[in-house]
Write a protein that binds this ligand. Structure first.
Ligand SMILES: Cc1ncc(COP(=O)(O)O)c(C=O)c1O
Length: 372
């Protein structure tokens, strides 16, 4: 927390707006839209809810096809499932670990030839890094397909001079507890389309039609965020840039401390944008290092340090065993060799030294001294 949140929550209490609407909800949306340079922001109960409503607004219906990134957290694909659509997964490119635009081009060309274009494309900005949006946008414009950004993990990242999450028709963000800024749980949907923003607010509040009684002509959802949590979000938004700097400093510490180890390769920062380094991710090549990622995970666990494997690609998940997949083995390789290190902005220098010393104990011939 930044320190401002408690005063903002107190203000919400004193105003008695303890509801999924109120002045903090409105102000959080306005401040978020202004920070990202978009016309409209709608605050919701989770990033998953934002994705679900984004797909519905894009016109996705049961039986439709939706193309998305295979290297992601399951929430992206689950939201597609909620609509009754079928996901098609696309492999990553090496330079960003995000959807390979060339593979998307092939997928859309094939689909067009078969007369089976997807109803929407959902591109994920993974682990704090933007995808390569320009060629992706050109493709979806050419085929006139709505483009949705799942930037749940990448608030604060940039693509050129634009904020990640603003390069599609709709962008989705998460304020889950592990995200770069958090409301405990929450999400945001952004768009420049005022009519869509209005529809999202309508759907998120049980789709109540204008009438003196309760009148409903459409299925709605209870997806709005509480005024209390929006107060937390406003305090958090004030320190977003600081949090990005802190995450990047954590990454730089690791790079200095363990970057010279054999077989260690950090997630690259693509030339087209600035990553937040939401997670410090790396690949471990056991044939060069003599140490497997699994062994490192065990060593961390023995020291009560939480490190994790990278996301398991969606096309390898039992849940999506029947889904279509286009690509090779890039995401599979990132999963097989990938590790996510503790990356929180509250990590102290002592914490970082302790984490780096686990590497030192497993790689005893480490020549370079650990950073002080
Ligand atoms: C890529 C991605 N998409 C969507 C989500 C869903 O966000 P939430 O947890 O707020 O529903 C997450 C994380 O939780 C995520 O990592």
């Amino acid at each position: 927390m930044s320190g401002d949140e408690l005063a903002l929550i107190e203000e919400a209490f004193l105003s008695n707006w303890i509801a999924p609407l109120g002045p903090h909800v409105d102000a959080f949306e306005e401040e978020f839209a202004a920070k990202l340079g978009v016309d409209h922001a709608v605050v919701l109960s989770s990033g998953t809810a934002a994705l679900h409503l984004a797909l519905l607004i894009a016109g996705v219906e049961p039986g439709d096809k939706v193309v998305t990134s295979t290297l992601t957290f399951v929430a992206t694909a689950n939201a597609i499932g909620y609509t009754g659509a079928e996901p098609t997964f696309i492999d990553s490119e090496r330079s960003s670990w995000n959807m390979d635009p060339q593979l998307l081009a092939e997928e859309l060309a094939d689909a067009a030839q078969k007369g089976q274009l997807p109803r929407a494309v959902v591109v994920v900005d993974i682990c704090g890094q933007s995808a390569d949006w320009k060629p992706i946008r050109e493709l979806t414009d050419e085929y006139e397909i709505p483009l949705i950004a799942d930037s749940a993990e990448s608030l604060g990242a940039t693509y050129g001079d634009r904020a990640a999450g603003t390069l599609g028709d709709i962008g989705c963000f998460s304020f889950n507890g592990n995200k770069i800024i958090t409301t405990g749980g929450g999400g945001m949907l952004v768009t420049d389309n005022g009519d869509w923003a209005r529809q999202v607010r309508h759907l998120a509040t049980q789709a109540r039609d204008p009438a003196p009684h309760y009148e409903h002509s459409q299925q709605g959802y209870n997806y709005r965020l509480s005024n209390l949590l929006a107060a937390v979000g406003r305090g958090q938004l004030r320190v977003l840039e600081q949090r990005v700097d802190e995450r990047r400093a954590v990454f730089e510490y690791y790079q200095d401390a363990i970057g010279n180890l054999p077989g260690i390769e950090f997630m690259p920062e693509a030339k087209f944008g600035r990553s937040t380094r939401w997670l410090t991710c790396l690949l471990v090549d056991a044939s060069l290092s003599g140490v497997s990622p699994e062994r490192l995970l065990q060593e961390f666990a023995a020291e009560n340090i939480e490190a994790r494997p990278m996301w398991k690609p969606m096309h390898l998940q039992p849940l999506f065993r029947d889904a279509q997949y286009r690509g090779g083995k890039v995401a599979e390789d990132i999963f097989a060799r990938g590790l996510c290190l503790p990356s929180g902005s509250s990590l102290t220098e002592q914490d970082l030294q302790r984490i780096a010393s686990v590497f030192r104990s497993v790689f005893p011939d480490l020549k370079k001294p650990l950073v002080a």
